[in-house]
Design a protein around this ligand. Structure first.
Ligand code: RP5
Ligand code: MG
Ligand code: MG
Length: 279
C-alpha cells in the first residue's frame, strides 16, 4: 500500500500530543525497528464512551475483519493484522497508538459525496480553461470546522446504514444544513437531491484515507462517489448553507493546484479525468 503522510503529521489534531517521528523508510510494519516507541493517545471524548465509540480493548474483544453485529469492521483493503489484540494500520506506522479521535478500533468507515457541475459563464456557456482548453468542473466543498481545511462534505457511516444513504445524508447535513431546516424545508431539500443521488454515481475511490486522525490501531476508510449535474439545473440551483461540522460551503473550481483535506484531491483528480475536465 502507498505510504501515508497526513497520518504522520507531527502534532495529533485537537491535542498537544506529538507523534513519535516515523521516517519514510520505517513506515512499513515489516521493516524491523526496535527503537519504535509510539505515544499512546485516545481523546477524552472517545474515552467517555459515546455511542459511536468502542470501549477500550481488554474486557472488550470485537470481531475484527468481519461484520460485528451492525458495526462493519471489514477493511476495503483486505484483511488487516492484529498485534496484542489490537488492529494494525494497513498503511503502516503513524507514531501514535490508541485511537486518538476515532471511535472504532480498526477501520472507521466514511462516505464522501462529490457533487459536480460544469462551470458556466453569464450566458450559460461552459467555461474552458485557458491552459488545458478543457471544460472546468466545480464541486461542492466545505470548510471543516475542526481544522479549517477545505474538504469533500463526507461523514461517518452509521452502524447498519447503507453507503448510498450516508452519501445523501452527509451532503444534506453539511452542504444544505438540513439538520437546522424545518420539516417542510427538509422535505423540499430531500426532493431536490434524491433524483441526483439516486442516479448512478461514479465511484472514484474505495479504501484507506490518509487522514490526520489516523493511528497505528484506528484509521479512516471511505467510499467516494461522484454525482454530476450535467445540465446544471438540479442541485446547481440549490442554495448552499453550511451545517454540522462544516463552517463554510461553496462551489469550487476543480484544479490540480487546490489544497484539500487528507487525500481528497486524489479523488477529484479521478473525477476530472473520468469526465474529461480540466485538471
Ligand atoms: C475523511 O474524514 C473522509 O474522507 C471523510 O471526508 C471524513 C469523515 O469524517 P468526519 O467528516 O465525520 O469528521 O477521512
Ligand atoms: Mg457530518
Ligand atoms: Mg464530515
Amino acid at each position: 500500500p502507498a505510504a501515508h503522510f497526513t497520518a504522520r503529521c507531527p502534532v495529533y489534531p485537537g491535542s498537544d500530543t506529538r507523534r513519535f517521528p516515523v521516517p519514510d523508510d520505517k513506515v512499513d510494519w515489516d521493516t524491523d525497528w526496535p527503537q519504535y516507541s509510539p505515544v499512546n493517545y485516545t481523546a477524552p471524548t472517545v474515552l467517555k464512551k459515546p455511542v459511536w465509540a468502542d470501549p477500550e480493548i481488554g474486557a472488550f474483544s470485537p470481531q475484527f475483519n468481519s461484520l460485528d453485529g451492525s458495526v462493519d469492521r471489514i477493511s476495503h483493503e483486505g484483511s488487516y493484522r492484529l498485534q496484542n489484540g489490537k488492529p494494525l494500520n494497513p498503511h503502516g506506522r503513524t507514531g501514535l497508538e490508541g485511537r486518538g479521535l476515532l471511535g472504532r478500533w480498526g477501520p472507521n468507515h466514511a462516505a464522501d459525496p462529490i457533487v459536480t457541475r460544469w462551470k458556466r459563464d453569464s450566458t450559460g456557456q461552459r467555461v474552458h480553461h485557458t491552459n488545458s482548453q478543457l471544460p472546468v468542473l466545480q464541486f461542492v466543498s466545505i470548510k471543516r470546522l475542526d481544522c479549517g481545511e477545505w474538504a469533500i462534505p463526507g461523514g461517518m457511516v452509521d452502524p447498519g446504514e447503507r453507503i448510498s444513504q450516508t452519501l445523501q445524508r452527509e451532503f444534506s447535513e453539511e452542504a444544505l444544513n438540513s439538520l437546522q431546516a424545518s420539516p417542510s424545508e427538509r422535505e423540499k431539500i430531500q426532493k431536490r437531491i434524491t433524483e441526483l443521488f439516486n442516479s448512478a454515481g461514479l465511484q472514484v475511490y474505495k479504501g484507506y484515507v490518509d487522514d490526520p486522525r489516523n493511528t497505528d490501531n484506528a484509521w479512516m476508510e471511505t467510499v467516494a462517489v461522484n454525482f454530476h449535474d450535467e445540465s446544471g439545473n438540479s442541485v446547481s440551483e440549490l442554495p448552499l448553507q453550511a451545517g454540522d461540522d462544516a463552517g463554510q460551503v461553496s462551489w469550487i473550481d476543480v484544479d490540480s493546484s487546490l489544497a484539500l483535506y487528507a487525500n481528497h484531491l486524489h479523488f477529484l483528480e479521478t473525477v476530472a479525468k473520468e469526465r474529461n475536465a480540466h485538471w
